[in-house]
Design a protein around this ligand. Structure first.
Ligand code: NCD
Ligand code: ZN
Length: 327
């Protein structure tokens, strides 16, 4: 429910890693320039399906607009291909320079979305101290959830125990969580040698936060959905000074989650966490697709790409996983 596919060569490189095993994905709009009109959204959707090739028949790109002040006519024009609108506060993450400066000034657009039944997906961070950014933003979610009770709000990629607690306080509040935030903490990113491929926004937090997220995921908390936030960057943009934020998790997502849920005796909740909760919450009806996960070890490649275009280092590069998606 949260996927970055990018565009051009990168889109062509990464698309099959998600369109192969998944029946659909929410496509994030933070391109440069961002996706802000019906025309751009529909054309981007077509490029995704083209890049998906043989997988296109059973892969539904759920398209999003980058939050701006939209008129009813602008939203209505996008509606046939539109799933949701994604709000980025200004400057909090990759390509969020066009994000909004004042959330309260956006009330008219929230009201329209509420009336038109368009979900609001939010990158919920302030620009405060990096470990406190999500917690500081929680009061904004409370305000939005209270003032727009019929607006379906999704707290994207939550990373704190406090955000899990907030889920149960407002009926119209939901959340996604990444696979990596169920597994890593800040120690894995920066506790030893710096690990640029685990650097993402929001940054991984404390063990107590990770444990709260994991408990909710393993229990298939009914308001929590898997959102991979798979966010590919070229290798040279990660392995450098000024490393870009984003973890490229798509190639290992299902095997790694199967391993995690199996380790905790929770495989019976894997389907709900990955897909069932999202389909119920959003009333989705993705194309029929079955995949088989088998307990069979494999080594994650250290690179994706054949050198003719971008090279991306996947999450868990070089490590051995216990599960694989059967071809
Ligand atoms: C994402 C990206 O690279 O587009 N990066 C990230 O660290 N998660 C943007 C985002 O989802 O914040
Ligand atoms: Zn993201």
């Amino acid at each position: 429910m949260h996927l970055h596919l990018r565009d051009g060569d990168m889109l062509r490189l990464v698309c099959a890693d998600s369109a192969g095993p998944f029946a659909g994905a929410v496509i994030m709009p933070n391109l440069v320039p961002p996706v802000t009109s019906a025309e751009v959204l529909t054309a981007y959707r077509a490029r995704i399906l083209e890049a998906a090739g043989p997988h296109a028949a059973a892969f539904q790109p759920l398209m999003t607009l980058f939050f701006q002040h939209y008129t009813e006519a602008q939203l209505a024009a996008a509606l046939p291909d539109l799933f949701a609108v994604k709000l980025y506060p200004h400057g909090v993450t990759t390509n969020s320079e066009s994000g909004i400066h004042s959330i309260s000034a956006a009330d008219p657009t929230f009201r329209l979305m509420e009336e038109m039944g368009i979900p609001l997906l939010v990158h919920g961070e302030t620009t405060g101290f990096v470990l406190d950014r999500e917690t500081e933003f929680l009061s904004v979610y409370e305000t939005l959830a209270t003032r727009f009770p019929r607006l379906r709000i999704v707290m994207e990629h939550i990373t704190t125990a406090a955000a899990v607690t907030l889920l149960d306080r407002f009926e119209n509040l939901h959340a996604t969580v990444t696979a990596h935030h169920l597994i890593i903490t800040l120690d894995d990113v920066a506790g030893g040698m710096l690990q640029p491929h685990l650097f993402c926004k929001p940054i991984a937090k404390r063990p107590s936060d990770r444990d709260a997220l994991l408990a909710a995921a393993l229990a298939a908390h009914p308001k929590l959905m898997m959102g991979s936030d798979s966010a590919p960057h070229p290798r040279e943009a990660k392995e450098c000074c000024g490393c870009a934020a984003g973890v490229y998790s798509a190639p290992v997502l299902l095997p790694r989650l199967a391993q995690l849920f199996a380790d905790h005796g929770a495989l019976d909740h894997l389907q709900a966490f990955i897909s069932g909760n999202a389909c119920r919450i959003h009333g989705l009806n993705p194309p029929d697709k079955s995949i088989t996960l088998v307990r069979e070890s494999w080594t994650v490649p250290t690179r994706c790409g054949d050198g003719s275009g971008p090279t991306v280092v996947p999450w868990e590069a070089g490590s051995e996983l216990e599960w694989r998606v059967k071809a």
